[in-house]
Design a protein around this ligand. Structure first.
Ligand SMILES: Cc1cc2nc3c(=O)[nH]c(=O)nc-3n(C[C@H](O)[C@H](O)[C@H](O)COP(=O)(O)OP(=O)(O)OC[C@H]3O[C@@H](n4cnc5c(N)ncnc54)[C@H](O)[C@@H]3O)c2cc1C
Length: 382
């Protein structure tokens, strides 16, 4: 289908496509087996992504990024979605919260993240505060020259090997608690990694619990103003959601391509599998669903680029693509039969990996809430 994509954006997509096939796919099996991207491999892949100008592709020019419109960004992310989650993540996308860095924070925190030299984690979710992010209980109390942090975060991506963690906590003020963003560096006294969560998929992509037991954070490690925490926490949210949608379109396309090739090659009852009408119709359903999600994705990216209120469009794209990826992965697995269940094809990995995208960056139900607000008017939800 022709989505009237400008030629220069298609070139970024092609560059990423080649990077995925040449640099990431060869390592997929070892990462899946070891459930880890070896540090030396991670460093090599990040350096390559930096060299190609892909690392930090979401960053504006003033932060050292390429300043790409969202439409170009989703094309890149769609291609990255064709690799395993852990390997796709080697092309880092620093959080937008870092754009509020001031003075020396820019050299110490922002620029090394954009250059792929420092790994960050972003810690908002807590055992008692998931979809309801405003319910966080991690607390920061004022001290001479900074803040003292106490609390526990969980489900934090890369928390165990991040150079620093952006922690959203409630800062105690005379007139009540307000959310704020604090940077906790690895090795800070009182900061420790709790459980590394065992999980269903996303092998090689660690997710963990982080404990802050009286961690001192100097004023130079506060991001933005006290009170800005949730705004900074959610600064990224549209970009993260549309990124997830793009990733899911990419992973579904890979599952589809793999299944279609299988139907051409595999023969049963003396015929190609692809000649059975029941299977042909499954392929048709997959193709339609992928294209529907892709159309919503590009429309939402264009809405973001226009600068309008894109919240509902992005939620529609995320909801559609994440749910679709699960259905497409399931059909692809069925089309492959036993071979789809075995870890020798990428379908088994895609089937597992797709599931998490319906939860992270706002669950499917939270996306529906957002869409319903746009449909019914926000006053209905006061
Ligand atoms: C792979 C992965 C990586 C993650 N990485 C990070 C990270 O790096 N940093 C971070 O801070 N967090 C991270 N998270 C956490 C993620 O943001 C939360 O899991 C998500 O926000 C949902 O919160 P919860 O798991 O507590 O579910 P809950 O909020 O407890 O929701 C449970 C169920 O209730 C539904 N529900 C909740 N509220 C409503 C409502 N109002 N209306 C209708 N249904 C509702 C939900 O949709 C869901 O089905 C990650 C999660 C995953 C799975």
């Amino acid at each position: 289908m022709d989505y009237l994509i400008p030629e220069e954006f298609s070139q970024f997509a092609e560059l990423t496509r080649q990077f995925v096939r040449q640099e990431l796919w060869p390592h997929e099996e070892e990462v899946e087996r070891a459930d880890c991207v070896a540090p030396s491999l991670a460093a090599r892949l990040r350096a390559k992504a930096v060299e190609l100008g892909l690392f930090g592709f979401n960053m504006p020019e003033e932060a050292g990024g390429p300043g790409l419109p969202y439409l170009a960004q989703v094309l890149i992310r769609e291609q990255l979605g064709q690799a395993s989650v852990a390997l796709a993540d080697m092309v880092g996308r620093p959080p937008k919260a870092l754009l509020v860095c001031q003075g020396e924070q820019r050299q110490r925190l922002l620029q090394p993240a954009v250059r792929g030299e420092k790994i960050w984690a972003f810690a908002l979710t807590e055992p008692g505060a998931g979809s309801d992010a405003a319910a966080i209980r991690t607390r920061a109390t004022r001290e001479q020259g900074g803040w003292r942090l106490n609390g526990t975060k969980h489900f934090i991506s890369h928390g165990n090997h991040a150079d620093y963690v952006i922690v959203i906590a409630k800062a105690s003020q005379a007139d009540g608690d307000v959310p704020a963003a604090f940077v906790v560096e690895r090795g800070a006294a009182g900061f420790s990694v709790g459980r590394i969560h065992r999980k269903m998929g996303w092998r090689g992509y660690p997710i963990c619990e982080l404990v802050f037991d009286g961690v001192f954070v100097g004023d130079d490690n506060v991001l933005g103003a006290i009170g800005d925490g949730l705004r900074l926490g959610l600064a990224n949210i549209l970009e993260s959601r549309i990124g997830v949608a793009a990733h899911c379109v990419g992973m579904a396309q890979r599952a589809y391509d793999y299944a279609v090739e299988h139907l051409r090659v595999r023969r049963q009852f003396g015929r190609q599998l692809g000649s059975f009408q029941g299977l042909q119709w499954m392929v048709a359903d997959m193709a339609v669903e992928i294209e529907q999600s892709r159309a919503l994705l590009y429309a939402a990216a264009r809405e973001m680029d226009r600068g309008g209120d894109a919240r509902a469009a992005v939620s529609m794209a995320k909801l559609s693509a994440t749910e679709m990826a699960g259905r497409v992965a399931d059909r692809a697995l069925q089309l492959l039969g036993g071979a789809g269940y075995m870890a020798e094809s990428p379908i088994e990995m895609i089937y597992r990996d797709a599931r998490a995208f319906r939860i992270g960056e706002g669950t499917s139900e939270i996306q529906k809430n957002q869409i319903a607000r746009a449909c019914l008017g926000r006053e209905m939800f006061a």
